[in-house]
Design a protein around this ligand. Structure first.
Ligand code: SF4
Length: 291
């Protein structure tokens, strides 16, 4: 990366555009001023975005401005020509809770707000990439800031992870943050797998990550009054009351896993489950709540 020229970077971007790429993440907001801000204030995890790290090291090595920022017009003309949506990446996103919502992160966000306006002026669609690692109590603030500074452009959040100590369970930390972010107005949730921070995920890790993120998105949809999402939960509840296992499987977010659990430990009586067995609360009460 260090030895690439700005022309080469744009050549590769244009080639990918010709291949038919629909959206590209570009870290245009990692400017010299933002890096200076980051260095001055200090951070625990410095820069954790791969794209952000590539660009920062390139800029410091060549003592130059970010070519994607400096030549943003060139980027917009490629995006306009090939109808590509730009995902304006957060190269300075916080990599731990202690770095969340700091001056470097917000400096970049202000730049992204400005670049959003320039893109819209050229009829190029954008979405804004967001953090990262954010304490639960700062998530809503992050969404409000993004929506204000980026004129309500779609916000796509990477989690956020609400604790740094969930190694092996980072998909859960991510889903908790995703649900809060979704409720507060985030438009798109990026999943995290249980292997996050530890190794390359395998297929099963990816599956787990996607399912828990779908749960977070669904929970946020309910909180935002999405009628179809609300109805699905209502149908699940009715099926539970009726001990209608087939409908429960159909309504479950992951029917394959739900069915596997039921089949792993089958009940003596078909209509209940092995949790309470013959003492099934629903079955007992149902007799007395008939019309
Ligand atoms: S046995 Fe218990 S957990 Fe299972 S369906 Fe009945 S009440 Fe629910």
């Amino acid at each position: 990366m260090i030895h690439l020229t700005a022309d080469k970077i744009f050549e590769v971007i244009e080639r990918q555009a010709e291949y038919g790429v629909d959206f590209m993440t570009v870290h245009c907001g990692v400017t010299r001023a933002a890096i200076e801000m980051l260095k001055k204030q200090g951070r625990i995890t410095d820069i954790v975005s791969r794209g952000g790290a590539f660009l920062t090291t390139w800029m410091l090595h060549h003592d130059r401005e970010n070519p994607l920022y400096e030549n943003y017009d060139r980027l917009l003309s490629i995006a306009g020509k090939y109808d590509i949506t730009l995902s304006l990446g957060d190269g300075l996103r916080p990599g731990c809770l202690a770095d969340a919502t700091d001056r470097a992160q917000i400096h970049e966000l202000i730049t992204l707000g400005h670049l959003t306006r320039l893109a819209w002026d050229q009829d190029v669609q954008v979405m804004i990439e967001g953090p990262g690692h954010v304490p639960l109590n700062e998530i809503e603030t992050n969404i409000i800031l993004q929506k204000k500074l980026c004129q309500n452009a779609p916000f796509y959040v990477l989690g956020p992870l609400v604790t740094d100590i969930a190694a092996g369970y980072d998909h859960v930390a991510c889903a908790i943050g995703g649900a809060i972010a979704g409720k507060a107005g985030a438009d798109f949730l990026c999943y995290v797998t249980p292997a996050e921070h530890l190794c390359l995920p395998d297929v099963e890790d990816v599956r787990e990550g996607v399912v828990v993120t779908k749960i977070a998105a669904h929970a946020a949809d309910i909180a935002r009054g999405h009628k179809i999402a609300i109805e699905r939960d209502r149908q699940m509840s009715i099926a539970r009351k009726n001990l209608d296992w087939e409908t429960q499987m159909k309504m479950a977010i992951d029917p394959k896993k739900a069915r596997a659990y039921r089949e792993k430990n089958p009940p003596a009586e078909d209509d209940v489950c092995t949790m309470c067995g013959k003492y099934c609360a629903i079955k007992q009460v149902r007799e007395y709540f008939k019309d």
